[in-house]
Ligand binder design. Structure first.
Ligand SMILES: Nc1ncnc2c1ncn2[C@@H]1O[C@H](COP(=O)(O)OP(=O)(O)O)[C@@H](O)[C@H]1O
Ligand SMILES: [Mg+2]
Length: 255
């Protein structure tokens, strides 16, 4: 193994006869935030789905912790340590934030045996982990709020907390700040930085807001018409002439 947590190589994906990903290779290092950027329609979401297993690539491999997971469906990749929020979040609207988190934490502890009782010792450990999740995702103030009544940004935090309850090794987020105000985006960046520091989780994100991209990324890959045209540190990407030409333009001079 090369030391990468996840290594994707030679990925190709078509929808019918339309080729959307052409020979895409990318790695996610341990403790790395890797952000994929590119214009609308570049293939970011398709790449995301091929990595998470929601779609299978037509060609190429995804190797995670040394194991080829290319043919595994999404839920099996979740068992291997992939963390991702689903479009329809498994959040119970009539339960409060704490109870939703408790269920997520217990589900993991019981490991598929819903009737197993939880000892007092385990319950104490779970309570501690719940506190940490509430702190990391900034939900402490809302612990007693019914999940169904949360504001959009807080609901997103809860979804993330539910995923983190499974203690993934790598977190996948497709445009996590879509639909947010500038203030919410800023708060999301701060939260993800805190989560990363506290939990040592690697991340693969797609994102179009450049403040978010440069606020979070250890590494950036640029997709253009389904091809990776550059991959490097934020400084390298900002200085890349091709990236400036096709995508960043003046935005490359962002802070
Ligand atoms: N399910 C699908 N069937 C057919 N074409 C699709 C499908 N999903 C996406 N596409 C097309 O694939 C290309 C890449 O889409 P997508 O991966 O969503 O890009 P991005 O996330 O970068 O905007 C686009 O041209 C889009 O119209
Ligand atoms: Mg997309």
């Amino acid at each position: 193994m090369s030391g990468a947590l996840l290594e994707a190589s030679g990925l190709r994906k078509s929808y019918g006869r339309i080729a959307v990903l052409h020979d895409v290779s990318l790695t996610i290092g341990a403790d790395e935030s890797h952000v994929v950027i590119g214009p609308n329609g570049a293939g970011k979401t398709t790449l995301f789905k091929v990595l998470t297993g929601e779609l299978l690539a037509n060609q190429g491999r995804v190797v995670f912790q040394g194991e080829d997971v290319s043919r595994l469906p999404a839920h099996k990749r979740v068992h291997r340590g992939f963390g991702r929020t689903f479009q329809v979040a498994r959040v119970f609207g009539k339960l409060d934030v704490q109870d939703n988190l408790r269920l997520a934490l217990e589900a993991r502890t019981r490991r598929g045996n819903p009737l197993a009782s939880v000892s007092r010792e385990v319950a104490g450990a779970l309570a501690q982990r719940m506190e940490q999740l509430l702190v990391d995702t900034g939900l402490e103030r809302h612990r007693r709020a019914l999940s169904g009544s949360l504001a959009y940004g807080d609901r997103k935090r809860l979804e993330l907390a539910m995923v983190l309850a499974l203690e993934p090794a790598v977190l996948f987020l497709d445009e996590p700040t879509a639909g947010m105000s500038a203030a919410e985006r800023q708060a999301t960046v701060q939260m993800l930085l805190r989560v990363k520091q506290q939990r040592r989780v690697s991340m693969l994100l797609t994102e179009h807001d450049m403040d978010v991209v440069f606020g979070l990324a250890d590494r950036i890959s640029v997709l253009h018409y389904g091809k990776l045209i550059a991959s490097g540190t934020p400084a390298e990407i900002r200085a890349d002439a091709r990236v400036k030409e096709v995508y960043l333009g003046d935005e490359g001079s962002h802070a």
